[in-house]
Write a protein that binds this ligand. Structure first.
Ligand code: ADP
Ligand code: SF4
Ligand code: MG
Length: 336
């Protein structure tokens, strides 16, 4: 890894500088009833080569957060606060042109629908060549070689370079997108539910392949999914989002073994346990709030099985709890 090493304040062990530091990001969608704040002061750091899973129910702001981090937010969405420091540069201050240099070469993005991301009238080879030429690689032989190489990495026969997207199955198109994200050997790949269009078995096997690639090539991953059980085996850390905020962040193993936030506990109860025996699916009653009418105090309080009187009036901060941070008043040690 190319990053600098600095001593850890807590343990004294050497820990690498983060490759990405997201600080206090806020994103709003204007609506006739006022701004909907889909992401509200989200912060986290990612180490080189680390695999971070971001989980939460549909509508909690995961995609909006990823679009902000990758600087791909499209109007009417607006980032109103926060910085995104990637390899020492604040992406918020870069021009569109400077961003185009960094995107794809230093970080790449795999979005939810490969069908929308791929150009239907160009072969895979032509699309890969466009991406490489945009970053200065113009030699035909080298482009062809690298294109074959990345397709092989994701388990697709390079003969498919001459196929058009519609000639491939859904699973193959997702793999073609992942291979495209690998073309320029980026240090970070951001993925938004890249397997969600596939059946469960195909999802699991693609996930395992992504993990193998990540380990052998050493890139960092941010992987968004609404399915907590999908990332359980693969991520180093997990961030759980609810109504635009992170409610729990910590090592994946720790969160699966001892989830702290009542929402995380509910999410885990919604899926068969990955580590332990199968349990009945109970889920979380109710639905996430409308971002225009957020509950007072703790945003989760109308659905929380552990709700206390103060939860309706006091907004919890992210409190340190062992290796995790948890946004729940039960972890407010100052008041416990
Ligand atoms: N185009 C839009 N206009 C207005 N509000 C939007 C728009 N897209 C998303 N939102 C709001 O942002 C919230 C988060 O959406 P999104 O980031 O897509 O969540 P997720 O990816 O977790 O499902 C939604 O609940 C909705 O309130
Ligand atoms: S702060 Fe209160 S309502 Fe919110 S998660 Fe904790 S116990 Fe539940
Ligand atoms: Mg989404």
């Amino acid at each position: 890894m190319r990053s600098a090493i600095r001593p850890s304040a807590r343990s004294g062990d050497a820990v690498p500088d983060p490759i990405l530091e997201v600080r206090d990001i806020r994103v709003e969608y204007p609506t006739p009833d006022g701004p909907a704040r889909a992401v509200d002061r989200v912060s986290f750091a990612l180490s080189p080569g680390e695999f971070l899973g971001i989980v939460g129910e549909s509508g909690c702001g995961k995609s909006t957060l990823l679009f902000a981090i990758t600087r791909l937010l499209a109007p009417p969405a607006r980032q109103t606060a926060g910085s995104i420091v990637f390899k020492g540069k604040n992406l918020v201050q870069l021009t569109e042109r400077a961003l185009r240099e960094v995107r794809w070469r230093d970080y790449s993005v795999v979005m939810q629908s490969a069908m929308n991301a791929l150009n239907p009238v160009k072969t895979i080879a032509a699309q890969y060549a466009d991406a490489m030429r945009a970053h200065g690689q113009t030699e035909r032989g080298a482009i062809r070689r690298r294109s074959r190489e990345v397709l092989s990495l994701v388990g697709i026969d390079p003969v498919h370079l001459d196929s058009f997207p519609h000639q491939l199955s859904g699973g193959m198109r997702q793999r073609v997108m992942i291979a495209m994200a690998l073309l320029l050997s980026p240090e970070l790949i951001v993925m938004d539910e890249p397997t969600s269009a596939l059946d469960v078995v195909a999802q699991r096997s693609l996930m395992a392949e992504i993990k193998t690639l990540q380990k052998s090539l050493g890139f960092a991953v941010i992987f968004v999914t609404h399915d907590m059980s999908l990332v359980g085996h693969f991520s180093d850390r997990l961030a759980v989002m609810y109504a635009g905020v992170i409610v729990e962040i910590g090592p994946t193993r720790r969160i699966f073994e001892a989830p702290g936030h009542p929402y995380t506990q509910g999410l885990l109860d919604s899926f068969p346990s990955v580590y332990g025996p199968k349990i009945p699916l109970t889920g979380i009653p109710g639905a996430p709030p409308n971002m225009l009418m957020l509950p007072s105090g703790c945003r989760f309080h109308p659905r929380c099985p552990k709700v206390m009187e103060r939860c309706a009036t006091e907004a919890p901060a992210l409190y340190a709890a062992g290796e995790s941070e948890i946004r729940c008043l039960l972890f407010d040690s100052a008041r416990a």
